[in-house]
Design a protein around this ligand. Structure first.
Ligand SMILES: [Zn+2]
Ligand SMILES: [Zn+2]
Length: 265
């Protein structure tokens, strides 16, 4: 693997709940999970149902970053095959104050009667950490700001060898956070933004914590990002609807993320 490789693999880009069937074959039905490869390092953005299809073996310990704890962002964790492999270690970071809280929060879902095992009962080892200070994974610098979403959600920035990826999932525009976001995402090479609702749908879903493709495009222009991937697709939007929506937007370097695709950063 090249030491300068910096790429994003889309494992799941659906919001709210997984969907399946022939109407979802283009954009995919798994919920939020993206695999970032940076040289020898692997960093997952969120652990939605897409994580179940992720590779298991890596040359260094993979890291999972959770933007927040809504079910669509953690539902893949319990079925990620790597957790069941003895001797394999995975590190996970989530936004809480203390490590103890971090593990118990996740085990609030991953324990009987909701799930047969707690996350410490798997054969592999999962190290659960609270996000406190910006940190590095190999040569990848990771930092974040707080976005705008019911219960909170983090916006992550990953920088590697002069290139920048910014991940803005589960984000509803408000004036204060938006201006912060513009400077945080300045000159991003790849910007990923929640585009769950159309501008027409948005007024009825105000307060649900999501944005529109137009908000993503405006953010791309304001922060001078090179490319925009629209993410967190609404589970009610079939391929036909989304292809139509994409054709109407018709903007250079703007695309709805498709499960299975790989993007160079
Ligand atoms: Zn979500
Ligand atoms: Zn959410």
């Amino acid at each position: 693997m090249s030491g300068s490789l910096f790429q994003l693999t889309v494992l799941g880009t659906r919001g709210s709940v997984p969907v399946c069937g022939r109407d979802y074959s283009v954009f995919g039905g798994n919920t939020s999970c993206y695999m970032v490869t940076a040289g020898e390092e692997t960093i997952f953005l969120d652990a939605g149902s897409g994580l179940v299809n992720a590779p298991v073996s890596f040359s260094s310990t993979p890291v999972i970053l959770l933007s927040h704890l809504h079910l669509d962002h953690i539902i893949g964790l319990g079925m990620y095959p790597r957790l069941s492999r003895k001797g394999m270690e995975t590190r996970l970071y989530l936004p809480v104050d203390e490590e103890e809280n971090a593990l118990s929060l996740l085990n609030g879902l991953y324990s009987p009667p909701y799930w047969p095992l707690s996350l410490t009962d798997y054969a592999g080892s999962l190290e659960v950490n609270a996000l406190k200070e910006p940190f590095t994974v190999g040569d990848v610098a990771i930092d974040w700001i707080t976005g705008s979403h019911p219960g909170g959600s983090l916006v992550f920035r990953l920088r590697y060898r002069g290139k920048t990826l910014v991940y803005v999932t589960d984000y509803e525009r408000d004036d204060a956070s938006y201006e912060m976001l513009v400077s945080f995402a300045r000159d991003a090479d790849l910007l990923m933004v929640d585009g769950q609702y159309t501008t027409e749908e948005y007024p009825k879903r105000k307060g649900f914590g999501h944005s529109t493709p137009e908000i993503g495009i405006e953010l791309k222009d304001r922060c001078n990002a090179k490319r925009l991937l629209l993410i967190h697709h609404d589970p009610g939007k079939t391929d036909r609807i989304m292809l139509l929506q994409e054709a109407i937007l018709r903007r250079e370097n703007v695309r709805f993320a498709r499960e299975g695709e790989v993007y160079s950063i």
